[in-house]
Design a protein around this ligand. Structure first.
Ligand SMILES: [Zn+2]
Length: 259
């Protein structure tokens, strides 16, 4: 598996499943892992990369409490793993359902480490490799306590499951379109400044602003017109998600309350 540097000290590998992106924030000799995923061989490839570069893992961070963002490998070490308060709460409360979502193919090794995250509201210097600065942007789009990570030095936006070129905005479970729009509003200033965008699934991009506008446009089109011409509807599994949003908007509160 290819692990590529997309900005100074920011490495990304992409899983064969759902183009899930794993992020390594590297300092001189230490690293923080964000959403490492997915299969054993892919997690091993990240561990091999860390060993080759002599990077010691100081911690992990999960952007939200979905099974594909709560993974870990024993080879990364028994270090603290963090997430927003709501993410940590949901990860613990929903553990049986998250394990079920992971599927039966997942190894015992992966299952045992799923979702063991502690709550934090920020990543302070002691939690990060020396020299790395990372700010958390916590909101409730896509999942309660969903968190984007902003790297001000490199102007990198790690968006979690938003601003993707393959995945539509998914304002479900709990179904909450207004929260999603508020989450997008929180991200807007960062999307406008970003030099590099790393979505949870899909391609790394330099135009975060366009990705942000596409997400907003999709939601507003479905809310105001009941339909969208978004190209991502053709991505695997997304036609069902599009239909689900149409249904939600049709059967939900009046439009003016949605926006
Ligand atoms: Zn997700």
């Amino acid at each position: 598996m290819l692990i590529r540097e997309v900005a100074p000290g920011v490495w990304v590998s992409t899983s064969r499943t759902m183009q899930t992106n794993s992020i390594v924030l590297a300092g001189e000799s230490e690293a923080l892992l964000i959403d490492p995923a997915w299969h054993d061989d892919e997690l091993d490839a990240i561990a091999d990369f860390l060993r080759e570069r002599e990077l010691r893992v100081v911690g992990g961070f999960a952007t939200h409490a979905h099974h594909d963002h709560l993974l870990w490998s024993d080879r990364f070490g028994a270090v603290p793993r963090w997430a927003s308060e709501a993410t940590a709460r949901v990860a613990q409360a929903e553990r049986p359902a998250l394990l079920a979502s992971l599927g039966e193919d997942a190894s015992e090794r992966t299952r045992s480490l799923l979702g063991c995250v502690a709550p934090t509201s920020s990543l302070t210097a002691g939690m990060l490799p020396p020299g790395v600065i990372a700010e958390l942007i916590v909101h409730d789009a896509h999942a309660p306590g969903h968190t984007a990570v902003w790297l001000p030095r490199q102007r990198v936006l790690i968006a979690g499951d938003m601003l993707s070129d393959v995945e539509l905005p998914l304002p479900f479970d709990p179904d909450d379109v207004p929260s999603y729009l508020r989450g997008l509003a929180r991200l807007e200033p960062y999307a406008h400044q970003a030099a590099v965008l790393i979505p949870g699934h899909g391609s790394v991009d330099t135009d975060a602003r366009a990705r942000h506008e596409a997400d907003r446009r999709y939601l507003l089109d479905v809310i105001t017109r009941g339909m969208s011409g978004d190209a991502r509807i053709a991505s695997p599994g997304m036609a069902e998600e599009y239909a689900r949003l149409q249904r939600l908007v049709r059967e939900g509160p009046p439009r003016d309350e949605l926006t």
